[in-house]
Design a protein around this ligand. Structure first.
Ligand SMILES: [Zn+2]
Length: 166
């Protein structure tokens, strides 16, 4: 069967997924590093790393939640990561990794054992953004009790965007 040469450059979903698995550790580390600049949102410090594809290569973009000005609403880490992807002309988000850690002085059990689900605004952004597909992988991690040296002990939930925007 003859295929158009341009089509052969297209990556399949399986190839994208493989790349996500290959750079999983890098994504987690990028989100954790970015979170160091984070300001607490719902008493959680959040970092987000997205694996993006521009038709030729993959790149990781990360953001943290922050307040532009003292009295402003917090801008979500997811929004910040997507802003960078657009700035750099990437066309497709393959995976979103959100890492959160509570900043409660007296944490409930849930603070350390549940991962954060994207807020309503982020869910809307996932629906609207051309770059984000229902098949985009969405991994949420609560690493409040994670041993960052060997990445063990965190709570990890892997879903797709379709699972959270229902
Ligand atoms: Zn949000």
């Amino acid at each position: 069967m003859d295929r158009h040469p341009a089509l052969q450059l297209e990556k399949t979903e399986a190839e994208h997924h493989l790349e996500y698995e290959r750079c999983w550790q890098k994504l987690v580390t990028a989100a954790q590093e970015e979170r160091q600049h984070s300001e607490s949102h719902r008493s959680f410090k959040v970092g987000c790393a997205m694996l993006a594809w521009n038709g030729k290569r993959y790149e990781i973009f990360a953001g943290s939640n922050f307040k532009p000005h003292k009295n402003d609403k917090t801008v979500c880490a997811e929004k910040e990561a997507l802003r960078k992807i657009r700035e750099n002309g990437f066309e497709r988000v393959i995976a979103i990794v959100v890492v959160s850690q509570h900043s409660h002085t007296e944490p409930t059990q849930e603070d350390s054992t549940k991962t954060l689900s994207p807020c309503a605004e982020c869910q809307q952004m996932f629906r609207d953004a051309q770059e984000i597909k229902p098949t985009t992988i969405l991994t949420t991690i609560n690493d409040s009790n994670m041993d960052t040296a060997n990445q063990s002990g965190g709570i990890i939930q892997e879903r797709t965007v379709a699972d959270v925007i229902k």
